[in-house]
Design a protein around this ligand. Structure first.
Ligand code: SF4
Length: 324
């Protein structure tokens, strides 16, 4: 049943979502009868923010306990004028990336649409109470591989970007994926928001070492992104590389990445991130990030170097994990 039907008017439904967007509890605005009705049919899952930890740079990690006791992590990354929320899509992950602590959990289960969205609800509340800038961007880069949970992620994206729903602009939403298969990439057709490909290495043998579940060549995956984005007005692919010392940060790696995308019709924008250290997985962060950036730029590509955020509270990329 639509919320407006349930509450008896579209205006009331709008008012409820306005409260959610402002990080407030919508129940406080409803009359007791409506409150009861909403509580009865609401599919909003039980959750509790068990722990909040803030790094020296302001990055704030939430540990959220779900109704069945499963736990996930969500990260708020405040900038000067806006906050970006990094949401999880699974409890654990099956992709096995060697530099990522989430992979040590294996896959415990997928998150439901509601569990994905509640992370935004919780984040908006925390942003309001901690006086952080408004939440404007949402990135699907937390625990889990979004394309392995396609249906729930697709529904969450639709509600997230609906003006009558959570109202996050599609250009402020990014889904990051290792691209498990070409078919999985094509199956994201119609999703709002931008796609970011966690390539990590263009040389197939290096990529396989970093992502042991990678079964398809970078070229085959690139072709699927080209097909997926072919109808877009300005087809743009964000390409992420977590830089690891001596593994994927050499001149040969920059050349391989440049070669892979040579001739593509996509606008390719590289995003380099020195791997976050100290996670005991046997890889070290790269000291050659600036050289890699210069090499890719010399090949004619747009390339940015992402500033690591939240490392001291283990809130950075690759550091999210729930210990048993
Ligand atoms: S980097 Fe992403 S896809 Fe790889 S194991 Fe970690 S959560 Fe999964």
């Amino acid at each position: 049943m639509e919320l407006s039907e349930l509450l008896g008017s579209a205006a009331r439904a709008k008012a409820v979502f306005a409260e959610v967007r402002a990080g407030r509890d919508p129940m406080r605005t409803l009359e007791p009868g409506l409150k009861q009705r909403l509580a009865k049919v609401s599919r909003a899952p039980d959750f509790a923010v068990e722990e909040t930890s803030t790094a020296t740079d302001g990055t704030t990690k939430l540990r959220i306990r779900l109704g069945d006791g499963a736990r996930i992590e969500t990260v708020l990354i405040p900038e000067r004028a806006r906050t970006t929320v990094c949401v999880s899509t699974q409890v654990g992950c099956i992709r096995g990336c060697g530099f990522c602590l989430t992979s040590t959990m294996g896959l415990l289960r997928n998150l439901s649409t509601e569990e994905i969205l509640l992370q935004l609800v919780a984040s908006r509340r925390v942003a309001r109470t901690c006086a952080l800038p408004n939440v404007r961007n949402v990135v699907f880069m937390g625990m889990g591989e979004p394309l392995d949970n396609r249906d729930e992620v697709g529904r969450a994206l639709a509600i997230l970007t609906d003006n009558e729903g959570h109202g996050v602009g599609a250009r402020h939403v990014t889904v990051s994926t290792v691209a498990p298969t070409p078919a999985a990439v094509l199956n994201t057709s119609g999703w709002p928001g931008q796609l970011a490909w966690s390539l990590h290495a263009a040389r197939p043998e290096v990529r396989k070492r970093l992502i042991p579940t990678a079964r398809h060549s970078p070229r085959a995956l690139l072709e699927s992104f080209e097909a997926r984005l072919s109808g877009a007005r300005r087809p743009t692919l964000f390409v992420e590389i977590a830089l690891i010392d001596g593994i994927n940060d050499q001149p040969i790696d920059a050349d391989a990445a440049a070669d892979l995308f040579r001739g593509t019709k996509l606008e390719v924008r590289f995003n380099l991130l020195p791997m976050n250290p100290g996670n005991g997985l046997g890889f070290q962060t790269s000291p050659r990030a600036s050289q890699m950036k210069r090499s890719l730029q010399a090949h004619g590509y747009f390339c940015s170097l992402r500033r690591p955020r939240g490392r001291d509270e283990h809130a950075a990329c690759g550091q999210l994990v729930i210990q048993p």
